[in-house]
Design a protein around this ligand. Structure first.
Ligand SMILES: [Zn+2]
Length: 361
């Protein structure tokens, strides 16, 4: 007996079913499963195409093939559905089984802190602003004319040697003098006097540079200077201002004393000390001589001061017959070490995080 069309088509149907079942075993995820569904029972799928063969069958064979076709299609659909459930179930299972490590420490970025020098500068600004001073700054690279000449420090003056200056390549536009890294904040006083009419009350703060580098000196350090120019200003005003300042800064009533000294830009000149705020006291409030900060002297040297030299006033177009003025200066770094009890100045510039962390915001 010859094999009819019906046999061929039915056999092909069975073969497709077997191929599908084998392919299904290889499927691992929902995307591959969908691919398989399209490949077999999609519009142009291999099984769907066989349905188109029905027209070639004898009418009495069509019913049997139709039933066989529907059975195979249903079986494929059921197998696809079953596998789909299994895949989704496994995914859910994996999701639920995921273990979150609740003890894990989040990696928050570290919060920095304000450097003791910056903190001291801000505190100095706050106190001097309260006393009626403007806080000003100037360039780090300065004309030699402003750094030395106008401050009554002539070219051959030993102060220029004393201050071991860093000279900078290039020519100053002022008087064809050299450019230097400023050795003190005093040129800011010059710039202020040249740019403003008296009365003047300013403090200049910032970084200064000298070629010193040893245990007690850094080539980069910080200074603050005050300048007051007005009619009838005297040294009594200077001492009163210094007294107001140290008392406000250290938060207690501290005496100030002046000792005669020499600086080329003042006349008369003085060094000033403040009463030590760190001396331990006995029950009666009397200071004990065992203080490690002042070494038992009860005084701490702070800086230099004096009446602005008439030649400096003249160099800045201020008439010394009409105006007088005073100025003072001291080291901010030393102030910071005193304020925070830092034993060694160099710790401030080492950049050691373990040191800086001790000054949280
Ligand atoms: Zn003391």
């Amino acid at each position: 007996m010859l094999r009819g069309v019906s046999d061929d088509v039915t056999q092909a149907l069975g073969a497709e079913q077997q191929r599908f079942e084998a392919a299904l075993k290889e499927v691992g995820d929902a995307d591959a499963l969908y691919e398989l569904q399209v490949q077999y029972i999609g519009k142009k799928g291999s099984v769907s195409k066989l349905r188109g063969q029905m027209g070639k069958l004898a009418p009495e064979e069509r019913k049997a093939f139709g039933m066989a076709f529907n059975e195979v299609k249903k079986a494929i659909e059921a197998a696809l559905e079953e596998r789909k459930e299994a895949i989704l179930g496994a995914a859910r299972e994996a999701d639920l089984g995921r273990v979150e490590d609740l003890t894990m420490v989040d990696t928050l970025s570290a919060v920095g802190s304000i450097h003791p020098i910056t903190r001291t500068r801000r505190e100095l600004s706050r106190v001097f602003r309260k006393l009626g001073f403007d806080v000003v700054d100037g360039p780090h690279v300065e004309h030699e004319l402003y750094n030395f000449d106008k401050l009554n420090i002539p070219a051959d003056h030993p102060a220029r040697d004393m201050q071991d200056t860093f000279f900078v390549d290039g020519q100053s536009t002022k008087n064809d003098s050299n450019l230097v890294l400023r050795t003190h904040t005093s040129p800011v006083q010059i710039r202020t006097m040249l740019g403003r009419e008296p009365p003047i009350r300013i403090v200049a703060m910032g970084t200064v540079f000298r070629k010193d580098d040893d245990a007690t000196h850094s080539p980069m350090f910080h200074q603050i200077e005050g300048l007051c120019i007005d009619k009838g200003v005297t040294m009594a005003d200077l001492k009163a201002t210094l007294y107001r300042f140290v008392s406000a800064f250290f938060g207690s009533d501290l005496k100030v004393r002046l000792r005669p000294s020499f600086f080329p830009f003042v006349e008369p000149g003085a060094e000033f000390d403040m009463e030590c705020p760190f001396c331990p006291t006995n029950e009666a409030g009397e200071k004990l001589p065992s203080c490690s900060v002042c070494k038992g002297s009860c005084w701490i040297e702070l800086g230099g001061a004096g009446m602005v030299h008439p030649k400096v006033l003249q160099a800045c177009d201020v008439d010394p017959q009409e105006y007088t003025g005073w100025a003072f200066g001291f080291g901010i770094d030393r102030m910071a070490t005193l304020l925070h009890g830092v034993p060694d100045l160099r710790l401030l510039f080492d950049g050691d995080v373990r040191f800086l962390e001790q000054f949280p915001c």
